[in-house]
Design a protein around this ligand. Sequence first.
Ligand SMILES: Nc1ncnc2c1ncn2[C@@H]1O[C@H](COP(=O)(O)OP(=O)(O)OP(=O)(O)O)[C@@H](O)[C@H]1O
Ligand SMILES: [Mg+2]
Length: 250
Amino acid sequence: MMNATTHVDDHPVVALQNVSKQYEKQPVIHPLSFTVKKGEMFGMLGPSGSGKTTTIKLMIGMEKPDAGSVIALDTTLPDLQVFRRIGYMAQSDALYHELSAYENIEFFASLYGLKDAYKKDRIQYVLQLVDLLPHAKKPVSQYSGGMKRRLSLAIALLHEPELLVLDEPTVGIDPVLRRSIWDTLHELKMNGTTIVVTTHVMDEAEQCERIALLRDGRLIAVGSPQELKKTHQAETLEEVFIQFSGGLQA
Ligand SMILES: Nc1ncnc2c1ncn2[C@@H]1O[C@H](COP(=O)(O)OP(=O)(O)OP(=O)(O)O)[C@@H](O)[C@H]1O
Ligand SMILES: [Mg+2]
């Protein structure tokens, strides 16, 4: 078991301050504040529709808050330069189906400004990392759901981002590959990458140093899995989650 606390320091990589968001006059995120520390593996947990995806879009400047501020990598968002230092894997894959995996990756590599030998090396490296080298020439239209997720992850890693934000990265991925993806995430973390990940899978949440629990667009708890279990007198994180999902106020 890797030491999950290696390399974390208290300097915030992301800081949300009283951030709120409405869609069509409906509040989706109620004012919330939290920080993600440098080098941290930070999880976001909450029922479907609780605001996880919206919160991470706010964290990377893809959505603009109605109120409050977001600072990422020492810059107030939105900011295009900072966006280039972030790796983002969306919940639904944004891939070109008529192109091969290689062509997809190449497209994004050019978008990120990668060039020549470095570009070629990075493409090989990320394809190999997600175990897609043997399938690189296939059109994405022939990919399974899990293969598309892996390709999206490869793309998010292309430009060696300092901050990696992954929205349900392992949905549709079998247990063996899921473990290998998490091993990769731990390795990236060991090398100093800060990682924010949303998940519905409890054993993934357990691997995070801290977790934010969301419900109905409200941040109801932030803490380490151990802290959350202790505070809520639960044996497992799943029990904590169910307590929160069942209508208890924090
Ligand atoms: N572009 C949008 N326009 C209108 N409503 C939206 C939009 N995006 C999200 N919402 C609403 O905001 C709320 C939070 O959605 P969000 O996608 O952030 O939840 P989530 O926690 O990521 O859910 P899931 O686990 O299903 O991915 C939901 O009620 C959703 O319907
Ligand atoms: Mg979501």
